[in-house]
Design a protein around this ligand. Structure first.
Ligand SMILES: [Zn+2]
Length: 279
């Protein structure tokens, strides 16, 4: 699932393609991607509007229009696509034999921006403003933003009794961290994922803050080299496994102490950690 670094890399790549461009029309090819909003509702709000900017907070990406916004939720493996023209898109879109999956397509002056999620978890929604979007309105402090300081994190930790891993996944507290980078951050900070958030000393909270920032920054670097290629439907982020120290390493030796990495279900998700050096 794309977390903050992946979505930030997508946002940076998207900006020069769409900012300042006008949306001529919108094609909803699979209505499940916009449900419960319907295609005519979407068209009414976006058609003829200019994309003023591409914005991101946490794992959420949206197009800021002259009036209103278009949110793009990638969920598990949603992605963006770019076609030179509507004709080119319709030649390949959702064809049985070697077609390219496309759910929603925005026809701009300079090309077509497509949104695709073959598993249909991803969503595209329109709102009259950012405040009208419940997912955006409920987001906490954005990780990697200037507001995300060690003392801000400390204050949030003190106010929560939840296990650290679940605390980090809660987007209403810190926005942008998902299952992979929460496991990684806790490993770097040498903190046990089952520790209660409010049990951390101030030194431990500072350590966690530093770990989160460096893990996300390193992942972003990786996501930008090479940058996303929206012209290639098979493109996906490369090389991230090289920077992972604990995620998806069950049964393998801890890169710090050599002890076996464990995988335990926590809040319905897999948590990877080293019980020996994460206290
Ligand atoms: Zn270890």
């Amino acid at each position: 699932m794309p977390e903050l670094p992946e979505v930030e890399a997508v946002a940076r790549t998207l900006r020069p393609l769409v900012e300042g461009r006008r949306i001529r029309s919108v094609h909803v090819l699979h209505t499940i991607a916009t449900r419960p909003q319907n295609p005519s509702q979407i068209a009414r709000l976006v058609q003829g509007q200019q994309i003023k900017s591409v914005e991101r907070k946490g794992k959420y990406l949206w197009l800021q229009l002259t009036q209103g916004i278009v949110t793009l939720h990638f969920k598990l493996d949603g992605q963006l696509l770019w076609f030179p023209s509507a004709k080119k898109m319709f030649e390949v879109a959702n064809r049985k034999d070697a077609g390219v999956h496309v759910d929603v397509a925005f026809e701009l002056e300079n090309g077509i921006l497509g949104f695709a999620d073959g598993r249909h978890f991803g969503r595209v929604y329109v709102y009259k403003s950012g405040d009208a979007c419940p997912a955006l309105a409920g987001l906490g402090v954005a990780a990697l933003s200037p507001d995300f300081t060690a003392s801000r994190l400390s204050g949030l930790l003190v106010a929560s009794r939840r296990p650290l891993k679940e605390f980090l996944l809660d987007q209403s507290r810190v926005a942008g961290i998902g299952n992979i980078y929460s496991s990684e951050s806790l490993w770097h900070a040498r903190l046990n994922p089952f520790r209660r958030a409010n049990s951390l000393s101030s030194a431990e909270a500072r350590r966690l803050h530093k770990a989160i920032v460096s893990v996300l920054a390193r992942a972003l670097e990786c996501c930008l080299h090479p940058p996303p290629d929206f012209r290639d439907a098979s493109w996906w982020f490369q090389g991230l496994e090289k920077i992972l120290r604990v995620y998806d390493r069950r049964g393998k030796p801890c890169r710090r102490c050599g002890n076996e990495i464990e995988r335990i279900a926590q809040g319905g998700r897999s948590t990877y950690f080293c019980a020996h050096c994460q206290k």
